[in-house]
Design a protein around this ligand. Sequence first.
Ligand code: FAD
Length: 480
Amino acid sequence: MSSRPALLWFRQDLRLADNPALAAARKTGLPVIPVYVFDDSLAHPPGAAARWWLHHSLEALSAELEKLGAKLILRRGSAAEIIPGLVEETNAAHVFWNRRYFPGHIETDKKLKSELTEAGVTVETFNGALLREPWELKTGSGGPYRVFTPFWKALKQAGPARADTEANPRKLETKKAKLKSDSLKDWALLPQEPNWAEGFEPLWTPGEAGARERLRDFLNDIIQDYKDGRDRPDKDYTSRLSPHLAFGEISPLQIWRATQAKISKGDISDSAADKFLSELCWREFCYCLLFYNEGLPEAPLREEFSDYPWRDDARELAAWRKGETGYPIVDAGMRQLWRTGWMHNRVRMIVASFLIKDLLIRWQDGEAWFWDTLLDADLANNSSGWQWVAGCGADAAPYFRIFNPVTQGEKFDPDGAYVREFVPELKEMPAKHIHAPWKAPDDVLDKAGVKLGKSYPHPIVDHAAARKRALEGYEKIKRA
Ligand code: FAD
């Protein structure tokens, strides 16, 4: 057998367990060279928060590989040049990778595969990121799904494409040749002064072990409350697996199988699991939408929304970003995002609706801010999420469904605990008034130490008037 090595190219799959490309590379029996390329020449390079995560995730992956006796080779630049360069340098006969699905990535990978194949290198690619490839599930008429419920039904019936998850390898044959590797530190992925990521550190453990632990905790203690509690930002009732999934530190198949195993053992009920798995499948649905609509991050799926009379208001956009809109639930969400790199799903919908419908600012501006500040920034989920709220996406909320930030706060944060955690200026406000401090009597404000316009802003818009304005804008595009 030839002893020419195999390159294993890690991308959005920073894990060893249930990694089909790694399993296939090991099966060849050839020495394996693991490599990661930081290619910020591609469209949609990671935002600032995601870079923080990437740094720590690569550190964790390197350490795990070292335990197997392998060294992760790091290179920065265009993967289209670096991978063929590495093939030549190492005389590799095989290249293995798990597929990516974002526009720009797909073309790069296809081109690279055909160039390498032409040069006599065997390239094998796998599905390591999804339960089903976007092209595997089709509607009765043969097209891709654009409505979630039938998509979820079809996926549930078909089940995941692979039968089982693969265990963590215990050993990896590797090439001892000295290969040049960048130093992770030199990539400067972590924030310099000031360290705005300080708040992330106690909350998150990037890497495969952190992902596994979070899944275990969720399945042991939290999932039973998920169905009824997942809309409550004041409670910790969701999995918070999103950044781990975005970086491929855990696969949806591992999550699916572990959840099924809990049902089989009788530890959790079918209905609790069903709700959670259906949310996991929203991710699959979003990947399908992006796969069939490359323009999803930039352009509305419903074209008439291109003519919506948006406003450019840098001052209001800045107030939204900083969490200084005067609407406590919106401000709490935006500050949770800044402080922790994550925001609760219900609040993502509220703040997105506020930007788009109360301020009439383009959804793409909100999407860009999320992209830069979310640890779980994911092109498919983020662009679908924004288009969903804006009413211009597939299976989207109707445009006229405009969230009222006060009643949303009262319903989903009834005691105001979430607002108090992230908007400390309102810490002493009683629950009855915390979601609309401008309506509180003076003595209540005095007692809570709140001075509107000084310690906490007045609302930057009047919701009722803003709602009317948004609906008038919608009437215009409906008529056009
Ligand atoms: P859980 O409720 O525990 O769900 C488990 C997993 O299922 C999640 O980790 C996620 O991978 C998937 N999931 C759950 N809900 C959704 C959903 N609505 N759409 C797609 N996948 C879902 N999610 C991202 O991962 N990255 C993003 O960049 C992103 N941007 C969003 C922007 C907007 C405007 C909105 C409304 C939603 C966005 N979401 C995004 C979806 C959702 O808010 C997060 O996936 C979820 O809050 C993550 O928390 P969790 O892991 O505790 O979720």
